[in-house]
Ligand binder design. Structure first.
Ligand SMILES: *[C@@H]1O[C@H](CO)[C@@H](O)[C@H](O)[C@H]1NC(C)=O
Ligand SMILES: *[C@@H]1O[C@H](CO)[C@@H](O)[C@H](O)[C@H]1NC(C)=O
Ligand SMILES: *[C@@H]1O[C@H](CO)[C@@H](O)[C@H](O)[C@H]1NC(C)=O
Ligand SMILES: *[C@@H]1O[C@H](CO)[C@@H](O)[C@H](O)[C@H]1NC(C)=O
Ligand SMILES: *[C@@H]1O[C@H](CO)[C@@H](O)[C@H](O)[C@H]1NC(C)=O
Ligand SMILES: *[C@@H]1O[C@H](CO)[C@@H](O)[C@H](O)[C@H]1NC(C)=O
Ligand SMILES: *[C@@H]1O[C@H](CO)[C@@H](O)[C@H](O)[C@H]1NC(C)=O
Ligand SMILES: *[C@@H]1O[C@H](CO)[C@@H](O)[C@H](O)[C@H]1NC(C)=O
Ligand SMILES: *[C@@H]1O[C@H](CO)[C@@H](O)[C@H](O)[C@H]1NC(C)=O
Length: 564
């Protein structure tokens, strides 16, 4: 299950295969440019995806037309996501105050002298301000890509010259204000001019004494206090509870836009986002609250028959951020409230039915602009009919595209996934280079990508990468090549890392596992291909030197022959 980016098997299409392939590829790639989420998936279209097979040029055409008018113009960087997009913006970093800094600024070196009173003698006191100061200086030198938000108080380590400390940090690349936590041990010696000096540092999360301290305890209403030890280190920063409407009057004052499930259900990730953001965009245009179904179904890009139903939106995306960026209610909650407060208290059903005004909209041909004036409490869009008539995103096509803007900025990746990304980058000490190797279907398709297979062969990779990456560097390979040993030839030149090398991070002993179980109806959560792509993309994005397949490894065009 290493596949991820390139779509799966090219489904056998009865007619005009080449034409369909071509159109599909070109259009999908336009799409990819705009979607910017799970970008690496997006690089290739998902041919097995029925929406290309069944709807062919019609959908593709309107798709790309709409896209060209999309407000979300991407420039060049293919590997940017919505949260990273903000980061890529000019570095006018207006650094807002970090959330709940516990111990932000300590004294500086100058005020933390330790010459007086023999405090530098072993075992020294880890609470000495000079200790934290030395650690801070060491961080500034070693982790230029990180911003250290706050430190907790250092504690004594396992030997007299060791201290351990935990801290919160965030990544410069990420404009989200999400914080991540690390804790390590440090070996310190008295340095010059009455300061401490860090002479050795443990690996990512090596300071168990400092790390185990607080965590969940401060989370009200969260896990019970006697929960398992691992839950104690679970991320208390994640708050993706479902918002509740508290009262009948609050509910009735609201204005809602409710989309019934359409043909989008169980399609690819990009289709999901394209449609979901259309609905959310319409809700914003209408100044309404969008009723969203947190239970999503995604099809596999490699195996069209595999449909993952009942996946929680929060496994992939940051629901907390979505709640802050857009007005939404959860569907189950909404339907319950609706039913509860639409009950006739007495008398016939009919007369009280009026209490909550509902307008049903049975076709996407009724435009958002026509609904702008509607005062009904609930606008209920239904999507009957065959594909592609029943796709949500059709609402945003045509003239509507000039009015409805997809709120891309509302979509960030799940913090649960970003924690995995942080751990992977942390294990390589944020000091690694990465190569993105696109293979899969594209490499097999010699008509559209005549050189790709050869240019991404093990020998070609060795040849190319040894020219641009220093020997023995950490090299992370983001790829859809399923064969783990495919990259073995690179191992004699670099320290090679693949996503699967980190599978403990989502194994049944992991933080991720424990954190996501509650979202999986108690079933063991599966780290699926969409998550793999998300993580691979973000790890790639954090590399110091990044080598791309298109441009760097091969002269073939990303979208097939003659498309660039
Ligand atoms: C997109 O914009 C162009 C002009 O920039 C316009 O001609 C075209 O009709 C628009 N397409 C859609 C789908 O709105
Ligand atoms: C501490 O360092 C900051 C900048 O790193 C500086 O602005 C501040 O004046 C220093 N404080 C002392 C007491 O030296
Ligand atoms: C370390 O210093 C702190 C205050 O600076 C003090 O409260 C603590 O008792 C000291 N610990 C040891 C072991 O000396
Ligand atoms: C120690 O102080 C001296 C004189 O103030 C200075 O020249 C030297 O650079 C300092 N060393 C360090 C490591 O700060
Ligand atoms: C989570 O966020 C909701 C608001 O969205 C808030 O009411 C609730 O108190 C928060 N829970 C925690 C544990 O912070
Ligand atoms: C949007 O709705 C809110 C209340 O639901 C109202 O206060 C606000 O004025 C509306 N904004 C616009 C632009 O209609
Ligand atoms: C965890 O996974 C390992 C290997 O995949 C398996 O042997 C073990 O039984 C699993 N444990 C639990 C509690 O599921
Ligand atoms: C996850 O939770 C289970 C049960 O709550 C616990 O047994 C397990 O140890 C936890 N995982 C880890 C890595 O600790
Ligand atoms: C990859 O290609 C881009 C565009 O041609 C170039 O700017 C970049 O330096 C190349 N990267 C490497 C590592 O060669």
């Amino acid at each position: 299950m290493k596949e991820g980016y390139d779509g799966g098997a090219m489904a056998e299409s009865p007619l005009g295969q080449h034409l369909v392939k071509m159109i599909g590829n070109v259009c999908f790639s336009f799409f990819a440019l705009s979607v910017l989420i799970f970008t690496v998936i997006a690089v290739t279209y998902q041919p097995a995806d029925p929406w290309f097979d069944s709807t062919k040029a019609l959908v593709s055409r309107s798709f790309s037309q709409t896209l060209s008018n999309s407000t979300f113009q991407t420039d060049t960087s293919l590997l940017t996501t919505a949260e990273d997009q903000a980061a890529a913006a000019p570095s006018a970093d207006p650094t807002p105050p970090p959330p709940s800094a516990t111990l932000l600024a300590g004294p500086n070196a100058s005020s933390a002298l330790l010459c007086d009173g023999g405090e530098g003698d072993l075992p020294f006191n880890c609470s000495h301000p000079g200790v934290l100061d030395a650690i801070r200086r060491s961080h500034a030198k070693n982790f230029k890509s990180l911003i250290f938000i706050s430190y907790e108080s250092p504690v004594a380590g396992s030997s007299p010259d060791r201290c351990e400390v935990a801290w919160w940090f965030r990544n410069r690349r990420e404009k989200s204000w999400r914080r991540y936590r690390d804790y390590r041990w440090f070996v310190l010696t008295p340095g010059e001019n009455c300061t401490f000096k860090v002479t050795n540092v443990g690996k990512y999360r090596s300071g168990g004494k400092a790390g185990g301290q607080n965590r969940r305890s401060k989370v009200a209403g969260g896990a019970a206090p006697n929960s398992s030890p691992l839950l104690k280190v679970a991320d208390a920063d994640i708050n993706d509870t479902i918002p509740v409407v508290r009262s009948e009057s609050e509910f009735k004052k609201g204005r809602y836009l409710y989309y019934s499930r359409g043909g989008d259900y169980c399609k690819g990730m990009n289709h999901f986002l394209w449609s979901f953001l259309c609905g959310l965009g319409e809700a914003q245009f209408l100044n309404r609250t969008f009723v969203m179904d947190l239970s999503i179904c995604l099809s596999s890009s490699t195996n069209p028959n595999k449909k993952d139903e009942g996946k929680d939106f929060r496994l992939y995306f940051d629901f907390e951020h979505l709640k802050e960026s857009a007005s939404i209610v959860e569907e189950g909650e909404f339907l319950r409230d609706w039913k509860k407060w639409d009950q006739p208290s007495s008398g016939g059903k009919k007369q009280r039915r009026q209490s909550i005004a509902v307008r049903k909209v049975a076709t996407y041909k009724v435009t958002p602009m026509q609904l702008k004036k509607d005062q009904s409490t609930i606008l209920w869009r239904q999507f009957p009919g065959p594909e592609p008539e029943n796709y949500w995103y059709r609402v945003c096509e045509g003239r509507a595209a000039n009015f409805v803007h997809r709120p891309w900025q509302a979509i960030w990746k799940s913090k649960r996934l970003m924690n995995v990304v942080s751990q992977i980058a942390g294990k390589m000490d944020w000091n690694y280079d990465a190569v993105h190797v696109v293979r899969g279907e594209k490499a097999m398709n010699k008509e559209l990508w005549p050189n790709l297979d050869g240019d991404t062969s093990p020998d070609a990779l060795v040849d190319k990468l040894t020219k641009v990456i220093q020997p023995r560097r950490n090299l992370y390979i983001a790829t859809n090549e399923p064969f783990y040993h495919y990259f073995d030839k690179l191992r004699s030149h670099f320290t090679v890392h693949l996503l699967d090398d980190f599978k403990d991070l989502w194994g049944n002993q992991s933080e991720w596992y424990n954190e996501t179980r509650e979202l999986s109806d108690g079933r063991p959560p599966e780290f699926d291909e969409h998550m793999r792509v998300a993580v691979d993309t973000e790890v790639l994005y954090r590399a110091k030197t990044r080598v791309e397949t298109f441009n760097n490894l091969t002269r073939d065009c990303k979208n097939g022959i003659n498309s660039c």
